[in-house]
Write a protein that binds this ligand. Structure first.
Ligand code: NCD
Length: 309
C-alpha cells in the first residue's frame, strides 16, 4: 500500500511511476464520485491554507474548489500584498503561523526553492503550486492525467513541448513524470528559451529519447500530444528580450488541420497568443478539459497527503 500521509508535494522528480499512477487513479475515482455528487465529505472538518504570493487563476481556484468539493474549508490569500509579507515578514514565519491554523498548505511563490523552505518549517504537508521558474508538480500531474484520459494511455505517445522551456515550471515538472513512461519527447523552443541543458542531459542519461528543434511544424507532424506554453514574461530581466521572443510560436487551426488533425493539444493556461482562438473548438483542443482535471487531481492530492484516502 502506498502511503502519502504527511508527505509534501514539491517536485515532479519525487515520484515513482507507481506513485504517479496511484495519484491518477485516486483522481479518476474523484471524477467518478463528483459525477454522482456535487460534493463529498472526505475532508469534513479539515482546513486548507491556500497561500498565493504570485498571480494565479486556475491553480488557486482549483485547489479551493477541490477542498470545498471534498467537504473541507479554505483560508488564505491571493496576493503577497494582502499578507504580512508586505510588512516584511519572512516566508518561514508566515508558514509557521499558518501551520497553526490549517491541516494542509498549498502555496505559490516567486522564488525557486520556496516550497521546500515552507515544507521544512511546516508540520502540515505542503503542496507546491509553483515556485518561480522551478517546479509545478500538481500541474504536471494534471497534465499527465489529461494525456491519459484523452489518449487512453501515456505510454507510446510522442509529446512535443513548445514555447518557454527555460522558465516554464510546468514543463520542468512534466518531464520528471514523462520520463517514467515509454514516450519520446520533442522540445521546441527559441534558442534563448531552450530547456536547461542540465535537465535535457540528465533525461538522456536516464534513457529518455529527447529531440531538440526550433521547427514546430516538423515536431507537430511527429507528435500525438502538443503541449504549448506561454513565454514567462515575469521571469525576464530585460523587457526588450521578452518583446523579441514573444510570438515565437503561434499555433493556428490551419496548422493543426494541415499538419496533424489528430493532435491532442494541451496548454497549462493562461494563453497569451500561443494558440489562436479558432483552435479551441477542434476535437483535440483539450486545454479547458485539462483545467477541469486540475480539480480531480488536487482533490486526490489533498486527500492523500492528509491521510484521508
Ligand atoms: C502556469 C504557471 O503558473 O506556471 N499556469 C498554471 O498554473 N496553470 C503556466 C503559466 O503561467 O504560463
Amino acid at each position: 500500500m502506498l502511503d502519502f500521509k504527511g508527505k509534501d508535494i514539491l517536485d515532479g522528480a519525487q515520484f515513482t511511476r507507481e506513485e504517479i499512477e496511484h495519484i491518477l487513479d485516486v483522481a479518476e475515482d474523484m471524477r467518478e464520485r463528483l459525477e454522482k455528487n456535487r460534493s463529498l465529505n472526505i475532508m469534513e472538518g479539515y482546513v486548507l491554507g491556500a497561500l498565493f504570493f504570485e498571480p494565479s487563476t486556475r491553480t488557486r481556484l482549483s485547489f479551493e474548489t477541490a477542498m470545498h468539493r471534498l467537504g473541507g474549508s479554505v483560508v488564505g490569500f491571493a496576493s503577497a500584498g494582502t499578507s504580512s509579507s508586505a510588512k516584511g515578514e519572512s516566508l518561514a514565519d508566515t508558514i509557521r503561523n499558518v501551520d497553526q491554523y490549517v491541516d494542509v498548505i498549498a502555496m505559490r511563490h516567486p522564488q525557486i526553492g520556496s516550497a521546500r523552505i515552507a515544507a521544512e518549517v511546516a508540520e502540515s504537508p505542503v503542496i507546491n503550486g509553483g515556485d518561480g521558474a522551478g517546479q509545478h508538480p500538481t500541474q504536471a500531474l494534471l497534465d499527465l492525467f489529461t494525456i491519459r484520459s484523452e489518449r487512453g494511455q501515456v505510454d507510446g505517445n510522442t509529446i512535443t513541448l513548445c514555447g518557454d522551456l527555460k522558465y516554464g515550471r510546468t514543463v520542468h515538472a512534466g518531464v520528471e513524470l514523462y520520463k517514467h513512461y515509454d514516450c519520446k519527447l520533442i522540445f521546441v523552443a527559441p534558442d534563448a528559451l531552450k530547456m536547461p541543458p542540465e535537465i535535457t542531459a540528465r533525461l538522456r542519461d536516464q534513457g529518455v529519447e529527447v529531440e531538440e528543434t526550433t521547427d514546430l511544424e516538423a515536431a507537430m507532424a511527429e507528435a500525438n500530444v502538443l503541449y504549448m506554453t506561454r513565454i514567462q514574461k515575469e521571469r525576464f530581466e530585460d523587457p526588450a528580450e521578452y518583446k523579441r521572443l514573444k510570438g515565437s510560436y503561434i499555433l493556428t487551426r490551419e496548422m493543426v488541420e494541415r499538419i496533424n488533425p489528430n493532435l491532442t493539444i494541451l496548454h497549462p493556461l493562461p494563453r497569451v497568443d500561443e494558440i489562436t482562438t479558432d483552435v479551441d473548438d477542434l476535437p483535440g483542443a483539450a486545454y479547458f478539459r485539462q483545467a477541469r482535471n486540475g480539480v480531480y487531481v488536487r482533490m486526490a492530492l489533498i486527500a492523500l497527503v492528509t491521510g484521508r484516502m
